[in-house]
Every structure is written in C-alpha cells, then in structure tokens.
Write a protein that binds this ligand. Sequence first.
Ligand SMILES: N[C@@H](CCC(=O)N[C@@H](CS)C(=O)NCC(=O)O)C(=O)O
Length: 214
Amino acid sequence: MGELILTTFDWVPNMPRGYVRDIRVRWALEEAGLLYRVEGVPFRDRTAGHFSRQPFGQVPWLTDGDISIFESGAILLHLGERSSALMPADPRGRSEVLEWLFAALNSVEMASLPWSLLNFPGGTDTPEWKLFDGFLHQHRLKHLEPVLAGRQWLTKTFSVADILMADVLRLVDRFDGLAKYPACRDYVARATARPSFVKAHADQMAHFAAADAA
Ligand SMILES: N[C@@H](CCC(=O)N[C@@H](CS)C(=O)NCC(=O)O)C(=O)O
C-alpha cells in the first residue's frame, strides 16, 4: 500500500459542513487506524486535473500510491480490502457487507438524497417532495426499521456498510426524517458515537474552518 491521500474541497459553504462525503473516507481510515493526509482542491474553480480524478468534478477521491479512486462506496471497498476492521475476511461475512453496502447507496440513498435536496428550496409543500417522501418512508425506512431493531450493526461486526448506511441515514435525520423510526435513529446515534466518527467529523469541520480563517 502506498501513501494514502484523501482529497476533498478546500472550502464549502456552512450548510454541507459535517456532511461532505469525505467524512465517509475519514471515518473508515480512522476505524482502520491507517495513516493518511488530506489535500484540498478548489470548490469554485474546478480544474481539468480535478475532473481527471473525479469525472463529475465532485469529491472525495483517494490516492493510494499509484492508484486514484473516486466514489465513496468504491473507496470504502478499496479500504475494506486492507483492514478486517472494515470488512471481514470470510466469504459469507464479506458478501453480507457487500449487499448492505450496495443497499445503503443504491436502495436507500437513491431515495433519501433527492428527498433531502428537496427539503432546501421549496420546502416540503411540493409534489416532488411528497413523491419522494412517500417512497422513502413506505418503500425504504418502513422496511429498514425492523431490520435495525433486531441488530446492532448490519452484519455480524461493524463494517464499511455501517459507515455508509449510518451516513446516509444521518442526512435524513438532519431533516427529522427518522422521527417515526426509533431503531434507525438509535442506529445512527450508536454509529456516530464511535470515536472514529467523532474524530472524522471534528477533522472535517476543522478543515473547512481553517479555510475560513485563511
Ligand atoms: N456518489 C458520489 C457523490 C459525491 C458527492 O456528491 N460529492 C459532493 C460533496 S458531498 C460534491 O462534490 N458536490 C459538489 C458537486 O456536486 O458539484 C460519492 O459517493 O463519492
């Protein structure tokens, strides 16, 4: 494994702070106890070099020696290969982590992200918001609630799947979307009480605060 460099924006407005997806990578790196450093790229003027690393001009991406990898899910899978604190080694445990990792990103976040974004501009009194609200609650959270009521983590031990699922649900909780789902809320509270999350969150906030001060 080469030197690990996490790239994120050098600055973002206040609203997304604490929720920028580099937090997923910071959290995983902290859980695994891997050394890394963080580099910033401009938020406003995105260069061709930035697009060559992240084709949508987004963050984060991770550099691991001569490998450059984007998409937070792919980055966490990459790190999962390097630490049993993130991904179990046995085939059954591994496939359980994989299915829940994709469930977080492909089933829950695909519903929760539009719902969260629609909370901003027009508020909750729009047909679009109501459509996503119904979908998120009836087809996702209602079914996730009994799953999380019966277990501490998604799989036998804490894994990258929990980092992603907890981070996805955290944004829903920010807009009070988990009010009717105590098991989902407890799960988010349990995950975000982990020292690695607390450090990752504090480091992200400090990173953007340092840009304000500069
Ligand atoms: N699916 C991508 C999403 C990345 C993403 O949405 N990044 C946000 C920050 S949290 C971003 O770069 N936003 C700026 C933009 O989209 O222009 C991932 O999980 O890495």
